[in-house]
Write a protein that binds this ligand. Structure first.
Ligand code: C5P
Length: 274
């Protein structure tokens, strides 16, 4: 059996450049992997099986883990089956890339279990066929991503900062948030300049998906104000939401309706998973 960690991600900034003819949005975004991680167990088996610690998560062919298994089989032509058990720690419909990370981790796991028939570069390139955010996880864990998000440039690790993830009970659907984007209401930041700022130690957090997400789920604005009032310096939507990442010397409230996790930035070196 092989056990791997599957990390969450946030977008330290996310700029929407334009809407593309294929319906996707051209992005310029700084992605960062986090120490908040699922744990996934893999065993080669006589049939494909997927189970999950959280019974509310679908384990049918819509699950990105099984899509990744089928993709690996189709691309390599290898005959195998695998039993997978997912210990879910990353909340879903949260903008934290949990499903994408599970898919990337699965491609990595299969390559390990089948004695490395392909390179990390091939795994990363294939993965973009089943999700825009998946190639990021084959980076160093800190990456500037453009295109749909699938064109990935790895960066050196950023300095750690005091960071919490906070998610309300309601989740958000990524396509629904993108459908709400008003192209006349996007930020005017120059992403290359913002990226240079992050590298130089002068971060500027922003997310063009925040306005559409808050219009879909107005209670998010109240939660953000509450978190800022507690003393967090920056409170930003994670990806397409509904979770926030909160930076600064504060602690989120203990409330049964909130998922809260103190996290760190997480990086990996080539040849090793997270
Ligand atoms: O690529 P993925 O399947 O993860 O994307 C989910 C949805 O998010 C897409 O169907 C699309 O509605 C939206 N999306 C987008 N532009 C991107 C990435 C995702 O519009 N760059």
């Amino acid at each position: 059996m092989l056990t791997l960690h599957s990390p969450a991600k946030i977008n330290l900034f996310l700029k929407i450049v334009h809407r593309r003819p294929d319906g996707y949005h051209e992005l310029a975004s700084l992605f960062q992997a986090l120490s908040l991680r699922d744990e996934i167990h893999y065993t080669l088996h006589s049939s494909d099986q997927l189970s999950c610690s959280d019974p509310s998560l679908p384990t049918d062919s819509s699950n990105l883990i099984l899509k990744a298994v089928n993709l690996f089989r189709q691309k390599t032509g290898l005959l195998f089956n695998v039993k997978v058990h997912l210990e879910k720690k990353i909340p879903y419909e949260a903008g934290l890339g949990g499903g994408s990370s599970n898919a990337a981790t699965t491609l990595w796991a299969l390559n390990e279990l089948l004695e490395k028939p392909v390179t990390e570069t091939e795994l990363s390139a294939w993965s973009s066929e089943i999700g825009s955010d998946i190639p990021f996880f084959f980076s160093s864990g800190t990456a500037y991503c453009i295109g749909r998000g699938e064109c990935v440039r790895s960066l050196n690790p950023l300095p750690q900062t005091s960071l919490w993830i906070v998610k309300p009970q309601h989740g958000l659907s990524t396509p629904a948030v993108y459908r709400r984007v008003n192209l006349d209401k996007l930020s005017s930041h120059n992403p290359e300049q913002v990226l240079s700022g992050f590298i130089a130690g002068a971060p500027c957090y922003f997310n063009d998906l925040e306005i559409p997400a808050l219009s879909l789920l107005p209670s998010l604005a109240t939660l953000r104000t509450e978190l800022l009032d507690l003393g967090f310096k920056d409170v930003l939507l994670a990806g397409s939401g509904s979770s926030f990442f909160c930076i600064g010397p504060a602690t989120p409230p203990h409330r049964p309706d909130l998922f809260c996790a103190k996290v760190n930035y997480l990086n990996r070196t080539s040849g090793h998973w997270y």
